[in-house]
Write a new protein. Structure first.
Ligand code: URP
Ligand code: ZN
Ligand code: ZN
Ligand code: ZN
Length: 511
């Protein structure tokens, strides 16, 4: 690939004329079970120039220039798409340890071939934020997209949002209802943001915790002399997540625009999403791996290095929440799994050794997500293999409007593919991971089902435990506005307006 390749899509519309970085490589994956969200079938997959050209049984090998990979007894699936990461993010006085190279190494080794990262504006300025993230992403080794955070409000921000959507391929904006004094927004900003998102066809996302109450809760813990990592969990209980989730849902309903709730960590928040969905509201809930499988007990570990690893927001909850979130995921109340990969090493975590409020918030997961969801959800019979593909890849591609180029193995899809061996076992931990961190919140975790091969846009980048990746080979994926989550919004607005004009008839119709 050529210099500046990651923005080929930005320059050329939809990567037209860029060849997808496949370098003429031809691969035939034979004998596996090809799994898409809509069905699993015995089929071969033929890839050329970074694109899937054929999916059917018994594709003949053809000529010598085709590399044949035997997938007998294995699952051939779309590469994972992580909807929620923070690579090279400046946060809480430091910068996450994984950048767009080490983060991509970790992702690819774990079967994730695309992620969507959050651009943080610079002093509230969106253009400066995007420039900064373009620089950060210059070392990328796989495809990525951007969401953008909104941290202040004025006419310029509103104008820039339009530019981001129309010119820069961003179709989602995140509002932090927590982190008072830094990223937090107030309800009036959230309302303005929801209105603007709606008019642009961009999806509004929220970090849902009541930031004012969190500040109060933190002070309460400090006053009680609780300064260790356990104070983090105690200071921001599930009710504060439930409250903010409910508030964001109601404001989105009032504006009539779809809402995406990131990192749903508690039963309280999940129940608000379930209730809104039951009432027909377009709300998407994203659990993250840490929330699904960890519990808060380790925040009480007397070893600060261990306890502080688990500090993220909203906090990892008491045992019971994770199981409920898994059940919600298996029944469709929650729709797709992210990680919130936001990694700090033990030296960075130690900034808060005498005050939990200074522990940089965040956990790893970009490398572990695909394996943990397989082991904890498919191996235990909670979801099918097709649902696995849906929650780890397809749903994300659909929500962010890049399906079926991403999130599927269909003719014409990008050749982002993994081969998973359901019989192989794994042990996770810092000894084996590709993150730059010296710690791992899944240290020692064992399970079944291993991604043996990762193919990124037609190139084998992970095989036999070896990575073969190139900095700068990743490509920016533009995400167009007005995805399917916006279907019906105009019609329901029209129905609402006509109901206002005819209150008497409405009363009669009901009778
Ligand atoms: O603790 C977390 N989640 N850190 C990353 C920033 C965020 O809130 O997503
Ligand atoms: Zn290119
Ligand atoms: Zn967040
Ligand atoms: Zn996050």
């Amino acid at each position: 690939s050529h210099p500046g390749h990651e923005f080929c899509a930005a320059a050329g519309g939809d990567a037209a004329g860029c060849g997808g970085g496949g370098d003429g490589t031809r691969i035939l994956i034979k004998g596996g079970t090809v799994v898409n969200a809509h069905r699993a079938e015995a089929a071969d997959v033929y890839i050329e120039d970074g694109v899937v050209l054929a999916v059917r049984p018994n594709i003949p090998v053809g000529d010598d220039n085709v590399r044949v990979i035997d997938a007998t007894g294995k699952y051939v699936m779309p590469g994972g798409i992580d909807p929620h990461t923070h690579l090279a993010m400046e946060f809480m006085g430091t910068v996450t340890i994984d950048d767009f190279f080490s983060g991509h190494a970790a992702a690819l080794a774990g079967g994730t071939t695309m992620h969507i990262d959050f651009v943080i504006p610079v002093n509230g300025n969106l253009t400066a934020g995007l420039e900064s993230y373009k620089q950060k992403a210059a070392s990328s080794a796989m495809d990525y997209g951007f969401h953008m955070a909104i941290t202040k409000w004025d006419d310029e921000v509103a104008r820039e949002m339009e530019v981001m959507v129309k010119e820069h391929g961003i179709n989602s904006f995140k509002f932090f209802m927590a982190y008072k004094g830094s990223l937090m927004v107030t309800d009036d900003l959230l309302l303005e943001g929801l209105k603007k998102c709606k008019s642009l066809g961009a999806l509004a996302m929220v970090h849902a915790e009541n930031g004012d109450a969190v500040a109060e809760g933190q002070q309460r813990m400090i006053d009680l002399g609780i300064t260790g990592p356990e104070g983090h969990a105690l200071s921001r209980p599930p009710i504060l997540e439930g409250e903010a989730t409910a508030r964001a849902i109601r404001l989105a309903k009032f504006i009539n625009t779809p809402l995406y709730v990131v990192h749903v960590m508690s039963i309280d928040a999940m129940e608000e999403i379930a209730k809104a969905k039951r009432e027909g509201q377009k709300v998407i809930g994203e659990p993250v791996v840490s929330g699904l499988v960890l519990d808060d007990s380790l925040l009480w570990d007397p070893d600060f290095t261990i306890a502080s690893k688990y500090v993220m927001s909203p906090p990892i909850r008491e045992a019971g929440h994770g199981k409920a979130l898994q059940a919600a995921l298996s029944s469709g109340i929650l729709q797709l799994v992210g990680t919130d990969h936001c990694t700090f090493n033990s030296t960075q975590k130690a900034f808060g050794s005498d005050d939990f409020r200074k522990i940089p918030n965040g956990v790893n997961g970009i490398e572990e997500r695909m394996h943990i969801v397989w082991d904890s959800m498919v191996e235990t019979g909670k979801i099918s293999v097709t649902d696995y593909v849906r929650v780890t890849s397809t749903e994300c591609a659909k929500i962010f409007n890049i399906y079926p180029r991403k999130g599927a193995i269909l003719e014409g899809s990008d050749a982002d593919i993994i081969i998973l061996n359901p019989e192989r076992r794994f042990v996770m931990g810092a000894h084996a991971h590709h993150s730059r961190s010296n710690t791992n919140v899944y240290e020692g975790r064992k399970g079944k089902g291993m991604v043996e091969v990762t193919i990124s846009r037609g190139r084998v980048v992970w095989e036999d435990g070896v990575l073969n990746i190139t900095p700068g080979s990743g490509r920016y994926v533009r995400m167009p506005p007005f995805g399917h989550v916006f279907d019906g919004i105009e019609k329901s607005d029209a129905a609402y307006r006509s109901s206002l004009r005819a209150p008497v008839q409405r009363g009669k119709a009901a009778a």
